[in-house]
Ligand binder design. Sequence first.
Ligand code: GAL
Length: 343
Amino acid sequence: MIGKIRIFFAAVFFMAGFMSYGGENERQQTVGDGIKIGLSMDSLRVERWRKDRDIFMKRAKVLGAEVIVQHADGDARRQNEQAENMITQGVDVLVVIPKDGVAAAQIVEIAHKEGVKVLAYDRLIMKSDVDLYISFDNEQVGYLQAEYIARKIPKGNYFLLGGAPTDNNAHLLRKGQMRALQPLIDRGEIRVVAKQWAIDWDARDALKKTEQVLTRHDNRIDAVVASNDGTAGGVIQALDAQKLAGKVPVSGQDAEKAACQRILAGTQAMTVYKPIHLIAITAAEAAVALAKGDAIPQATQTVNNDKTEVPAILLTPIQVDKDNLDVVIDDGFHKREDIYKKK
Ligand code: GAL
């Protein structure tokens, strides 16, 4: 009998050890057994989001949770309907990448009525009592973009191309960009001649808006602060048509494959790499914890969403140019042959 008890306690400690170290051991299957997570995504149009989805789902599965995933193809109303539908299907927790940070507040309201907690993934849900926010430090992303470009072009005419105005991240990025540029603007060294937003982070909209800005300013644009790689692609296409690609530095974000290739080719100056596995794994673990009613000790900060201070986990972004591009390869984000191969 004593022997059996001893074996029982040994087994309990053994399993507790695995759980606390977060290893992907099969024994963890018991952690989130029976938990159902709803993952509601804006769209899959930008390359990174498939990675977010796949890594999130893999981690949740290892933790023993089931995941239902839906993406709204860029339609905020559809996203709200899909989220509501997932609540009806009995999810224990919702993880939302909102298309529209304000419109998604309704998701939180409905979820809370049904006792379902909501985690805002990458993009904040505004004016709501959303339970947790996990993202990268987006203001810092913006700072890294503009700081880099300003080091290359400390004087001249700047075009700031923001992301989707419906995405809170786009505004945080602009705030960080201005923090880097303001001292140079104040000294009269940098002139921001145009500020725009790319609807839905769309590369074609970025192309169109850059063409207009180039025309309006007789091509006298010395630098472009673009807020992500997709829109940077549109900017560079417009610059290329005026034989300016590679002459006018352009920033980006996401370390997309095409952007890494452009950095090597010299048409894009830099990108900001955000290790997607970190956000996806952290979010899957936090989603399971929220579903179980556990505390989230990693949420050591808060972010204001115009209603309340939301507990937050903000991860660190990395500035990348041709000199340290191998970071994305060493981290397993891209394969060397995919980036270095000719297009
Ligand atoms: C932002 C995100 C970026 C980029 C963009 C377009 O919210 O932070 O990494 O992917 O959306 O999807």
